[in-house]
Design a protein around this ligand. Sequence first.
Ligand SMILES: Cc1ncc(COP(=O)(O)O)c(C=O)c1O
Length: 382
Amino acid sequence: MIYVDNNATTSLAVDVALAMSQAYESAFYNPSSQHQAGQKARRRLDDARETILNSLGAVTTRFASDRLVFTSGGTEANNLALFGLGKETSGQVIISAIEHPSISEAADQLTSRGMKVRVLPVDGNGVVQFDQLDQWLTEPTRMVSVMLGNNETGVLQPIQEIATICRDHEVPLHVDAVQGIGKIPVNFRALGASAMTLTPHKFHGPRGIGALVLDDRVTLKPSMFGGSQQLAMRPGTESVELAIGFERALQLAVEALPDAGPSMLALRDRLETLLTDLIGEDEMVIIGRDAPRLPHTSNVAFPGLDRQALVMALDMAGVACSTGSACASGSSQPSPTLLAMRLPEDVISSSIRLSLSRFTTEPEVDEVASRISNCVKHLRQG
Ligand SMILES: Cc1ncc(COP(=O)(O)O)c(C=O)c1O
């Protein structure tokens, strides 16, 4: 089977598995325990937290220290940000039209509780349009949330520009960077955001852990209660083993990036070129093609075909890909991201997502293109 569904999750890197298995033996203690073993685990956890912050370009000096709250994954970190970020308890929340459901559906919850949620639109390439933001921010606003790179199309968002506007109005900006880490250089301070979500299972690290990075000024109200761990911002016994896996996965991803970034980009472009040559330019649409994109994601539509039928045919042909986000795939609902881009109905209903990783090889890409071409031709004939 050739795996091109890395935006759903990635394989665990061997080095990460090794670091975690050592930690399961030597650092399994509760980091809140008073005994020496517990205190040693606490120091190891604190070290992992600091290494992760440093790898992300966060500031960790004695005078100003950004913080990192470990969560169970990206969904929890996004929920924590949406419900808890910002000083005010009232005021509107602003998100974009293409956020992951862990933001958009959490925002629906805010709406059902009587809060005002405003949604920034996107253009036909899936780029967030922020012309109205400055005006909207003249109203009391608790926080803004815009993702770094879209999980379905890979389209990159103008975060620095949005951050500047938010900073002028002293409103915290949260960035869901889940799909960007390990694919493009991400520097938390340079982005200008107040908070950022990431999870290592998208860059060959473990599942079951994620993080919300917070700058040294922003306030976060907890969503869970019952312990003083992580400054009571996210109580519960921390997993030192998962934190160590997170730390190692991030170190490896950052080290690999100077080669892996261009290599994923070359493979993604090769895949799109091969598909275009084999299937024909008029028979397919590369979604978001004209916008800057993450180097590893391709969303391709074959108008006239049904995306579920195509994904199933590809599965039978030994290619694992998806119809969009893992959470939405399997459902027959059209993708809210593609709908927000106002793409034609036959494009939305026939699009599949192909996502590479730094371990994807050229022969795999060539084989994927040939199998897709065969399946598309077969389905068109049938
Ligand atoms: C952009 C984005 N945000 C958040 C998430 C949720 O992360 P997790 O599955 O770790 O909860 C995902 C997962 O696909 C994602 O792609």
